[in-house]
Design a protein around this ligand. Structure first.
Ligand code: FE2
Ligand code: FE2
Length: 293
């Protein structure tokens, strides 16, 4: 993939040095990602792995029994939860829970983390809804889009944790000049949260669908063969901003790519309908956050 980060920018270099100290993903998460990506894996293999981590086991069972998934009968074993929720849901749950835990301790983050996660979860819900309504689900698992949605802006969290002062300045600039955060990042730091997404995807060996969603959700036209998925995440991000789940009140939303709706075959009426449905799922996003945080 092409590097877009401007080498030679002093702040950028400093920041990359710091990011090198970023914690690795917990071994169980890395292992689980390999397991769920392997065609030979059974639900029992994944369940055995999850059960090694009591906190994860609890979260998984709570989620499987929550209104979020709305499964009518009670699920008491991890292997049933894996069968019912599916491998990609497990991937969403495990990755997002680990990332939340990894970044839960900072004293003075530059961004409001509750708002950050709310934006991300609403984006994930929107991405799943878009796949169900506008893309053939045999071509794309809605849960893959959910996972991509939840992690799409993770670079902002890395900035907020590892470059707090710089990122405060970025947020202030965006607020004062009323510009999208990604523009302020490029202007002040010479690097955006999408660039950080690329570094993170490398460091954590994330699968390509997640990597492309992190890197290209503001410019899906560059996503080659994954253009449908990345356009889905792009549009889900637009929707999440439109219903007001930005990082602050009236955060300017980044521009929508002109061709996004035609790629998804989403008319104006469809857009409004999905927006309305999304407003009703805000409570669901809170339930998901409560369970995995
Ligand atoms: Fe973004
Ligand atoms: Fe976003």
């Amino acid at each position: 993939m092409q590097q877009t980060s401007p080498a030679g920018n002093e702040r950028y270099r400093r920041f990359i040095e710091q990011i090198d100290n970023l914690p690795a993903l917990p071994a169980i998460v890395t292992r689980l990602m390999q397991v769920v990506n392997s065609p030979d894996t059974s639900a029992d293999d994944a369940a055995k792995l999850i059960q090694k981590d009591p906190a994860l086991t609890t979260k998984m069972l709570r989620l499987a029994n929550s209104a979020f998934y709305g499964i009518p009968r009670s699920i008491s074993s991890v292997s049933s939860a894996v069968v019912i929720l599916g491998f990609n849901t497990i991937r969403s749950l495990v990755l997002s829970a680990s990332v939340m835990k990894m970044f839960s301790s900072s004293h003075q983050p530059a961004i409001d983390k509750n708002r950050f996660w709310k934006h991300s979860i609403v984006c994930a819900i929107a991405a799943k809804a878009i796949v169900r309504q506008f893309i053939n689900v045999r071509m794309m698992d809605p849960e893959s889009a959910f996972c991509a949605g939840i992690l799409h802006d993770i670079g902002k969290l890395i900035f907020s944790e590892f470059a707090q002062e710089d990122y405060f300045e970025v947020c202030e600039f965006a607020k004062e000049c009323n510009v999208p955060l990604i523009e302020a990042e490029k202007k002040i730091l010479g690097i955006s949260h999408a660039d950080i997404g690329r570094i993170l995807a490398d460091k954590w060996a994330l699968p390509l669908d997640l990597e492309y969603s992190l890197v290209f959700h503001h410019e899906p036209m560059k996503a080659d063969s994954l253009i449908d998925l990345v356009t889905t995440v792009h549009m889900a991000n637009v929707l999440s901003h439109r219903i007001g789940t930005g990082l602050w009140e009236n955060e300017p939303m980044p521009p929508e790519w002109d061709q996004a709706r035609s790629i998804l075959r989403m008319g104006e009426a469809d857009f409004e309908r999905i927006l309305l449905a999304l407003k009703e799922s805000i409570d669901k996003s809170e339930e998901f956050f409560d369970i995995i945080k």
